[in-house]
Design a protein around this ligand. Sequence first.
Ligand code: NAD
Length: 338
Amino acid sequence: KKLGIALVGLGSYSTYQLAPALQDTQHCYLAGIVTGTPAKEVSWAKKYNIPRKNIYNYQNFDSIADNKDIDVVYVVLPNSMHAEFSIRAARAGKHVICEKPMAINVQECDEIIKACRDAGVKLSMGYRLHSEPYTQQVKSYIEEGTFGQPLFVTAEAAYVSRGNPDQWRLDIKRSGGGALMNMGVYSIQSAIYGCGMNPVSVSAQEFSTRPEYFKETDETITAQFEFPNGTVGQIMTSHNASANRLYVSCSKGWMELQPANNYGPLRGKTSSGPISFPHESQQKLQMDDFSRHILEGAPNLAPGEMGKRDMIIVQAIYASIAAGGKKQKLDLGTMGLV
Ligand code: NAD
């Protein structure tokens, strides 16, 4: 059986990444859409051969509960809408994929996790890199200790934002934050899988050079993590610079991905030579992995707890900045590590 996925929110990520990837997936397919734009109902139905009964808008969305074609709802809306639509999907009895960042605060993450648990449905984050071979290779080098103990990790995820000043990513109410909520989540993720542990503290700094454009949201943030065995981490995220990298210095060598978090192909090297894998759509791999979790009990590579853990770290980074860079303790244990 192939699972039927409904995409909620047909913006650029759904249009240019997810819908095309769903044409190649083996364990799921694009069965339905949820959109607030009537013109997209027509154009998507035609392009992807979606039956009228599998098309919803934001008002009639809850009646998706009665639709047997839809097994999974994939929430691809602005960040402030993730919680509402993930919870409504769970209550409709559908498995949920929630885009990153999971929500705009930790309380909303808890509400999503509870709604999915109460409804007995599976929940995954849209963290495509956990299904991506270069990232998986780094994780297994760390797990196996191939290069010894990680001593220092640095992770950067940033791009230059220009254009429409009214876009939701610059609006604090709809985004919940700027670079940190958007690309910062990738640097947090990289730092954690680059050393295989959760941090125990964080200190952070914010920089602003174009306040006339970034009126409400953070432009550039750097942060330093302490990890349990003394490993040191440094992350950078920005909407005003280009950077895309993970570097891990270990006791017996090093590894680097650059780019580390774009749609690929990624590139990797280590102190023993290059890493190389054939390129495949990360989104295809991600949606197939989650489908295999639902269908066959394969591991959930990016569970809700991972999204919540990252939001706890995001909030600690904002708290550190608000406190003039003061170190914030984190008590995460093994939360979200897979
Ligand atoms: P987008 O602006 O291109 O699309 C957003 C969609 O939401 C549009 O179709 C828009 O019509 C709809 N929408 C509904 N209500 C809205 C409102 N009040 N304001 C603005 N738009 C509204 O954004 P996107 O790039 O597709 O991002 C959507 C989500 O996907 C975000 O949470 C983003 O972080 C995430 N994302 C993830 C990745 C990834 O690699 N995992 C990549 C891109 C985006």
